[in-house]
Design a binder for this molecule. Structure first.
Ligand code: SF4
Length: 341
């Protein structure tokens, strides 16, 4: 694997204004994505995981510039995407494609599959109709469908087949990066495995780089080289996949993993339970935004926001349990307690 980052994201923020009153005055912001940084190497898969509302899907849309970022930089293949004009960005989308959660909603029900698959080629100026049709058949077959499916309409397919069509559409322009937003969440478990296997095969065949967004750590486990865990718009842990599953550091990652079944009955994993719902990103808690649900909360957690810092061997975590600052805080607390005895 070529270890050159294909995508480098620095300090990315996406705030949505909250407007009130007749004049639409801005009274606050929903911090959907709040200062995240990461990279994706060429040929690798980065999984991004978190509960609904954590900002993972907004991140995907901001990277594609389907939503404009509030702040931050996105470097893709040596080019800064945030400064490209609309026209330049449209051309760039040939190299970055998206696969959506609900393939039915993203496929025009009035168009045949052939027309749907031809569309990205037309947008990117491939005007030869014969060439377009050849590509449609080629990619239908690549994703496990047949040439005759080109004449059918989206409602004539099962959920799994529709997701195959969604993947074929993403491949039509020969992209370098595919951002897959919960691509298997709406599918039955048995079909999920087929679609994941297909995506892995296609990655090898077409030298693709993936960002794979999911709400379930179990789903991204086998497909991801590294996994980032998001909570309330922030990246709280980012680590090589095996390391994250074998030794999660952040209490939120531990809680998410506690909910994932383990096939080995002899394997005893640490169980971390969390209560309550994810707080509103319009009014996130102070300090560490996870402190309202964290069973390990310390005094410092309510005051200081922990930074994502490397802990060991490429495993980064944003938690005071692993920072020197917290050690000092705990020592001071212990001294205080000793003094009061
Ligand atoms: Fe829990 Fe504190 Fe770590 Fe946040 S910083 S996850 S509240 S221990």
């Amino acid at each position: 694997m070529d270890q050159k980052p294909l995508l480098k994201v620095e300090g990315l923020k996406k705030y949505f204004p909250i407007k009130k009153g007749l004049l639409g005055k801005t009274v606050g912001h929903v911090k959907a994505v709040d200062d995240i940084s990461f990279y994706v190497n060429k040929g690798e898969t980065l999984g991004i995981v978190g509960e609904s509302g954590c900002g993972k899907s907004t991140t995907g849309r901001v990277l594609m510039r389907l939503l404009e970022p509030t702040e931050g930089t996105v470097e893709f293949d040596g080019k800064e995407l945030t400064s490209l004009s609309t026209n330049e960005m449209r051309k760039m989308r040939r190299d970055i494609q998206m696969v959506f959660q609900d393939p039915y909603a993203s496929l025009n029900p009035r168009h045949t599959i052939g027309k749907i698959l031809e569309e990205p080629l037309l947008v990117h100026g491939i005007s030869d109709a014969k060439e377009r049709r050849k590509s449609v058949i080629k990619f239908l077959e690549i994703v496990g469908l047949s040439a005759f499916h080109a004449k059918r309409y989206p409602h004539q397919f099962s959920g799994g087949q529709r997701q195959r069509i969604g993947i074929a559409r993403a491949l039509m322009t020969n992209p370098k990066l595919i951002i897959a937003d919960e691509p298997v969440s709406a599918l039955d478990v048995s079909i999920q495995a087929q679609v994941l296997n297909l995506m892995q095969d296609l990655q090898k065949e077409f030298d693709l780089t993936y960002i794979f967004i999911a709400h379930d750590l179990g789903v991204v486990r086998h497909i991801s080289d590294r996994v980032g865990v998001m909570y309330l718009g922030k990246m709280v842990e980012l680590a090589p996949s095996e390391q994250l599953y074998a030794n999660p550091l952040h209490p939120y990652t531990k809680a998410l993993l506690s909910a994932v079944p383990v096939p080995d009955p002899d394997f005893v994993k640490e169980q971390v339970m969390i209560d309550g719902d994810i707080p509103s990103p319009a009014n996130p808690p102070s300090g560490c935004t996870f402190h309202t649900r964290c069973p390990f909360k310390m005094d410092i957690c309510t005051k200081v926001s922990p930074k994502l810092t490397e802990h060991e061997n490429g495993q980064s975590v944003a938690c005071h349990l692993y920072s020197e600052q917290a050690d000092t805080d705990i020592e001071m607390k212990e001294k205080e307690m000793e003094g009061s005895l």
